[in-house]
Design a protein around this ligand. Structure first.
Ligand code: BV8
Length: 254
């Protein structure tokens, strides 16, 4: 099927019966200066992904993993949301509980832009948890660059030495069930109404996020991809709007 390229001139009409689910990826933060994963100067090029975004990698070299995430933490702090982030915050204010934002991004820029109805599917750069005990993940802006390895103070009280880790979903790790059920519940409600699914700034490579468009279509959703270039799963979308999300998203909804 040749996915038509929908010119932005035909914005998506929003009415009282419209429910919108938006999935974002690293491309939405690109215009804020944050490098994407698989683009030309992608993040992974300097670090093999299995070394820095997997539990095996953390076991093998926790200092490298903490350096990778600390560098991103330090840089993300200096970045600001772009018009694409604000457009999604505005849409949320218009639609209320008929809107849900699901992001694969861990940079915190959607929250910085004011988004509240948000599911951070792959975690958040500024949250840390213990790799052993089930203490609640906590806000943490510290950087662990020079090989320091943060240890869990609660475990230490019981004489255990446990490393802290980024509260990030690594490859091979399950996504938080509560996040997945929140998305499924929203889709089920949207299915009974006019359901619009928009994916923006994502290469459609990583699952289960890349599979959301299939679920949306099965539930009768109208599906749109907003991306700088064709994605791995472009063919699944009914509409493909090619271009920078920071310019397209502010004009996508009428
Ligand atoms: C799991 C860590 C159960 C956080 C990340 C089928 C079903 C389920 C799982 C799998 C499956 N097949 C394979 C798997 C395993 C794996 C997977 O999907 N592997 C892939 C590589 C094949 N999935 C998992 O392991 C997931 N866990 O399902 O558990 C399980 C376990 C084992 C086996 C089976 C099942 C966990 C996935 C989470 C992994 N963690 N990162 C971090 O460090 O950030 S994923 C990583 O990729 C990031 O989180 C990132 O968000 C994500 C997706 O990348 P994108 O956001 O799409 O970014 P990318 O650079 O790729 O693309 C950017 C796009 O933007 C480009 O297309 C570019 O053209 C465009 N762009 C650029 N600028 C702009 C723009 N677009 C618009 N405007 C612009 N200005």
């Amino acid at each position: 099927m040749n996915t038509p390229k929908t010119p932005v001139e035909k914005p998506i009409a929003i009415d009282a019966n419209t429910w919108v689910l938006v999935l974002t990826g690293a491309g939405v933060s690109a215009e804020s200066g944050i490098p994407t994963f698989r683009g030309s100067n992608g993040l992974w090029e300097n670090y093999p992904v299995e070394y820095v975004a997997s539990p095996e990698g953390f076991m093998r070299d926790p200092a490298l993993v903490w350096r990778f995430y600390s560098e991103r933490r330090a840089f993300a702090k200096t970045c600001s949301p772009n018009p694409g982030h604000y457009a999604l915050k505005d849409l949320e204010e218009r639609l209320g509980d008929r809107f849900l934002l699901v992001t694969q991004n861990v940079d915190g820029l959607h929250r910085k832009a004011g988004s509240k109805r948000i599911v951070e599917l792959h975690g958040n750069l500024f949250t840390t948890r213990c790799s052993q005990c089930d203490r609640i993940p906590f806000e943490d802006e510290d950087e662990y660059m020079g090989g320091t390895l943060p240890a869990c103070a609660l475990c230490a009280k019981t004489g255990k030495k446990s490393l802290l880790r980024p509260h990030i979903v690594w490859f091979g790790e399950m996504l938080a069930p509560e996040n997945l059920s929140r998305i499924q519940a929203f889709m089920a409600q949207a299915a009974g109404n006019r359901f619009v699914f928009v994916a923006a700034g994502t290469s459609g490579v990583v699952y289960p996020a890349a599979g959301l468009v299939i679920s949306a279509r099965k539930l009768g959703g109208e599906t749109f991809l907003v991306n700088a270039e064709p994605a791995e799963n472009t063919e699944v979308f009914e509409h493909f709007i090619q271009g920078p999300s920071g310019q397209i998203l502010p004009r996508l909804f009428s």
